[in-house]
Write a protein that binds this ligand. Structure first.
Ligand SMILES: [Fe+2]
Ligand SMILES: [Fe+2]
Length: 468
């Protein structure tokens, strides 16, 4: 089980089997084969493989995880796209459709805008640039043609953007039509140059390429979804319902936390939708943000039924129990193979916030107390989605603690919660603008007033009226 913090050192075998090294190996072998075949010198494969592997290893020292991400989703997608480009290269060599000088169209037919659309289906927040870059380099080595490369990158970026927020069937069709249209248009520039007489071939190249992309989305995507660590939207949606054993266990062991998570999910999803962020990811992330609390549920106020289980404990001990819900949550999420995008909500919803109550208690006993023992380990929210959950989580807990709040109490609490987060510099990496924060404040106030504010009581019915 991997932990974000306190990671144990990996052995050599474990290291070589990691998603990062799998990608390094895959790309080294692909590039050495492609380059050797281009030069018609197969004997160059072993030395090229050695040079590329060493260079890519050194690259990691300088550039960190770029361009390979140490993440099974990226590794799987990069593997699949390399395979697709490999198949297209093989078809280009055998040319079963007799395309002749139009043989580069096999990339359009077999890969098209699938890379962008499939990446968007599995990699939700940013980062698809890495996959497109690697696929682009592979394509360039397989077929050194700048038109094909530019068409591929442009078509795929646009297709991914169209597929971005609305993932229904019409938007898949639109993404495939437009993405492949752009790829075809740019490649046509090259074909006009080399073989203008064969342009009629586009009449079947373009429709074939669109059909192929649609087949990839409806067929290949379902196959990829079968892998336990890969999550398309459909599978992600199913994650957040009660049939999920992890949530079922949370409801039994930590019912208060379960209820809190449902509330945070409702609030956060509404905000995400209004801001144009990924609402589905936000809802599912919010459902799992506190799963670590089910390890020691009674130490969290929402499950304690009015009792104080921290009585008699040193403030340092209490803070470490509270802090541990993040590490326990990450461990549980990884045990249940939740996607990394969901795992990131667990540390990021707490960021590096101070556990103020126990810190001030400790200060009373010892003015030189180490503040870091009372701070969460971070990182602070890196996306709008995790920041929205952090805000909704903080506000929901604060408002719930109020007794019979008035509208004004709720308004003030929401404002104060957001101000505190800004003061503690928790939102500076979240990409949320001040206008968006203002919008979040208004929305949260409105939603919480409608939920918590006492409604006007209806007059009691008399027993006779009840019988009617
Ligand atoms: Fe939490
Ligand atoms: Fe929470």
């Amino acid at each position: 089980m991997r932990h974000r913090k306190g990671k144990k050192r990996k052995g050599l075998v474990e290291k070589l089997l990691s998603p990062y090294w799998f990608q390094v190996f895959l790309f080294s072998i692909t590039w050495s084969v492609f380059i050797s075949l281009q030069l018609e010198k197969p004997e160059l494969i072993p030395p090229l493989l050695a040079v590329l592997s060493v260079s890519l290893t050194l690259l990691r020292r300088g550039l960190g995880e770029f361009p390979f991400k140490d993440n099974p989703t990226y590794a799987t997608l990069n593997g699949i796209f390399t395979l697709l480009i490999g198949i297209a290269t093989f078809l280009k060599w055998r040319d079963p459709l007799c395309l002749g000088e139009y043989a580069d169209a096999y990339y359009l037919i077999f890969v098209g805008s699938s890379v962008g659309i499939l990446s968007k289906a599995f990699v939700r927040r940013g980062g698809i640039g890495n996959i497109l870059l690697l696929s682009g380099i592979t394509l360039l080595l397989a077929s050194p043609n700048i038109f094909i490369l530019v068409g591929f990158l442009l078509g795929n970026f646009v297709a991914a953007d169209i597929y971005g927020h609305r993932r229904d069937t019409p938007s898949i069709l639109k993404a495939a039509l437009v993405g492949n249209g752009i790829f075809t248009a740019v490649a046509t520039g090259y074909w006009i140059e080399v073989a203008p007489k064969g342009l009629w071939k586009l009449l079947y190249i373009y429709p074939l390429s669109v059909i192929s992309v649609i087949f990839h989305i409806f067929g290949l995507q379902k196959l990829i979804d079968l892998l336990p660590f890969m999550y398309s939207d459909e599978k992600l949606e199913k994650l957040a319902n009660l049939s999920n054993p992890l949530l079922e266990e949370m409801m039994i062991r930590a019912p208060g936390t379960y209820h809190h998570s449902v509330m945070v999910a409702l609030l956060a999803e509404t905000i995400a939708r209004k801001l144009g962020a990924d609402a589905l990811l936000t809802r599912v992330g919010a459902m799992f943000h506190d799963i670590g609390k089910m390890v020691n549920p009674l130490y969290f106020i929402e499950n304690a039924n009015g009792k104080n289980y921290h009585e008699g404990l040193k403030p340092e001990v209490s803070a470490s129990i509270i802090k541990s819900h993040v590490e326990e949550g990450i461990a549980l999420a990884r045990k249940y193979n939740l996607p990394e995008e969901i795992v990131s909500f667990i540390p990021e919803h707490q960021g590096t916030k101070l556990i103020g109550f126990f810190y001030h208690k400790a200060l009373e006993e010892n003015p030189n107390v180490d503040e870091s023992k009372f701070r969460y380990g971070g990182p602070i929210p890196q996306s709008k989605e995790t920041a929205i959950v952090m805000i909704a989580d903080t506000v929901e807990a604060m408002v719930r603690a109020l007794k019979n709040p008035t509208k004004e109490d709720i308004r003030k609490t929401v404002k104060k919660a957001i101000e505190n987060l800004l003061e503690e510099e928790q939102l500076k990496d979240s990409h949320l603008s001040m206008e968006e924060l203002k919008k979040i404040e208004e929305l949260l106030t409105e939603l919480l007033i409608s939920y918590y504010h006492k409604r006007v009581k209806y007059p009691e019915k008399t027993p006779r009226e009840r019988k009617v």
